[in-house]
Design a protein around this ligand. Structure first.
Ligand code: SF4
Length: 535
């Protein structure tokens, strides 16, 4: 029979009394912890630390529920930063405070997985306040375990958002004063005040009875996620003997006698699924939002046209009746959209100065991808300046769901200025393509492994009457050179984006000019020589 070890009773005495002592570890933990060689049998936590108990309860609950193979554990920055050494599940370690954001992305990409965000008070309630509040408010179907020991442990005992009034820390040696440091944050109460969370409870690792209650709460929170109900949150009041300068027994006592009166234990919320689900606005399919046909893409795809009245009412005030009639003619001329994409995934980076239409070009490519039934992502990056600062964006077109919108090695770089060429050319995948907005490369430019096509897109756009169409010249070149998407789709997108007929005409000409430049280029045999130079 297994016996519980009391601190003042030695194991030998228990054995002498005829009991058997059983030390067991959840099968959900790794057999050996791959840390420093001599420490493979123990965790890095201090003796008496609540993290070890919390880990055990979570491991046991996952094992009981049979969720080990489905679980992805997101560990934070803080004392539990090494959680991935212990839990034999999928593990991701994220930047400080960002665990709920990381967990959101993982859960949305893998909705069938059990995603756990495990965080301490500095991580969750200080640097990560925004992440936890918004993940909870969105009702992400993740489980958050919040270990609250009212102090920063790993960094040496600074005041945490949950430090009690009067509690001393290295940054509040006089004790926390509300007049200067504010009041402790009550995260469980805060989160339960939001609409979306389904389950919010505060428990404590103060004594065996409360540990058993914590066990139940952790179980319940994971069940809620397993059943796809919604956001679950368990705050765990936990001893930190080292920073509190107490022995493990005193530390547990401090949780019971000092922390619990300040952070009352309670089930703050345990609601059923319906209220959140009823509030959800059904998501409209992309084809409906874009007002395009739902017919499959292929040789039998129907002719598409965008009705002239599909634009805002403001269209009517912009275009004259003659122009509106012309727009209708343009739409009526729309062509079928059969297209078999020759790639599984196609990644484009567009870079240049702010004001060159860098981000817009990325958006146009992404929208074209959507119209051709591809998965797409668009990720912008720009400086604080609206004009003349650097900007770039990542666009991914894929036949499958996209794991990350960040592109390390694009298939194509569209460099609208020299700075972007120099900065990003080396990132292009071997055999990829660089479209550079000049008629020749800088003399000292080192040859990358990619093909380079130089085209004076700005000059071409200038001649067409509007330098702003530079990005559309580049789009035409991209489509002609790579055949990644259909020219007709580009035309459709332009028609929905540009409301003024005169401007639409310029952009259509720019699209054609980019295409023709590539065509002529090929005809004179000057494009994409094996040595990487176009000229
Ligand atoms: S410092 Fe505190 S929270 Fe960190 S491992 Fe030690 S006891 Fe645990």
């Amino acid at each position: 029979m297994a016996a519980e070890t009391k601190p003042d009773v030695k194991e030998s005495e228990i054995l002498a009394a005829g009991y058997q002592v059983s030390h067991s570890k959840s099968p959900l933990f790794y057999e050996k912890y791959e840390r420093k060689g001599e420490l493979q049998g123990q965790t890095h936590y201090c003796p008496g630390c609540g993290h070890g108990v919390a880990h055990k309860l979570i491991a046991e609950a996952l094992a009981d529920l049979g969720l080990q193979d489905k679980t992805i554990f997101v560990s934070p920055v803080g004392c539990s930063v090494f959680a991935y050494y212990y839990f034999d599940v999928g593990n991701v370690q994220v930047a400080h405070g960002r665990a709920p954001a990381g967990a959101t992305g993982i859960k949305r990409t893998h909705p069938d997985k059990i995603v756990i965000s495990y965080q301490g008070d500095g991580d969750l309630a200080a640097i990560g306040t925004a992440e936890i509040i918004h993940a909870a408010n969105r009702g992400e179907k993740i489980t958050v375990f919040f270990v609250n020991n009212a102090i920063y442990g790993m960094t040496g005992g600074q005041m945490a958002p949950t430090t009690l009034v009067g509690q001393r820390s290295t940054t509040s040696p006089w004790g926390r004063r509300p007049s200067n440091e504010g009041f402790p944050l009550h995260m469980a109460e805060l989160i339960s005040g939001l609409e979306a969370p389904v389950y919010v409870e505060r428990v404590a690792l103060s004594d065996n009875k409360n540990v058993m209650k914590a066990r139940k709460a952790i179980h319940r929170a994971l069940e809620i996620q397993r059943d796809g109900i919604g956001f679950s949150f368990v705050e765990i009041l936990s001893p930190c003997p080292t920073i509190w300068a107490k022995d493990p027994v005193e530390a547990r006592k401090w949780v019971a006698e000092t922390m619990i009166p300040n952070f009352p234990l309670n089930v703050f919320k345990d609601k059923k699924h319906e209220p959140v689900e009823n509030a959800v606005v059904p998501q409209r399919p992309v084809y409906e939002v874009l007002e395009i046909s739902n017919a499959p893409v292929g040789p039998d795809a129907p002719i598409q046209s965008i009705p002239a009245n599909a634009h805002d009412a403001s269209d009517q005030s912009i275009n004259t009746p003659a122009e509106t009639a012309k727009l209708e003619d343009i739409n009526a001329a729309s062509a079928p959209r059969p297209h078999v994409h020759h790639f599984k995934e196609f990644e484009v980076k567009v870079a240049g100065f702010g004001g060159q239409g860098v981000l817009l070009l990325g958006q146009l490519i992404a929208e074209m991808g959507m119209r051709e039934r591809l998965e797409v992502s668009w990720l912008p990056s720009y400086g604080p300046e609206m004009r003349s600062g650097s900007a770039h964006c990542h666009v991914c077109l894929s036949k499958e769901r996209i794991g990350s919108p960040v592109i390390s090695h694009p298939d194509v770089l569209i460099a609208l200025n020299e700075i972007s060429l120099r900065k990003f050319a080396a990132q292009v995948a071997p055999g990829g393509l660089i479209l550079y907005n000049r008629d020749r490369l800088p003399a000292d430019f080192p040859l990358p492994q990619a093909r380079i096509v130089c085209l004076p897109a700005s000059e071409i756009a200038d001649k067409l009457g509007n330098t702003k169409a530079t990005n559309i010249v580049m789009l035409g070149a991209l489509l002609e050179e790579t055949e990644c998407l259909l020219l007709e789709t580009a035309d459709d997108v332009l028609k929905t984006k540009i409301k003024k007929v005169a401007m639409l005409e310029v952009n259509r000409k720019a699209l054609a000019a980019g295409r023709e430049f590539i065509d002529n280029y090929v005809r004179v045999g000057a494009v994409s020589q094996p040595d990487g130079f176009s000229y």
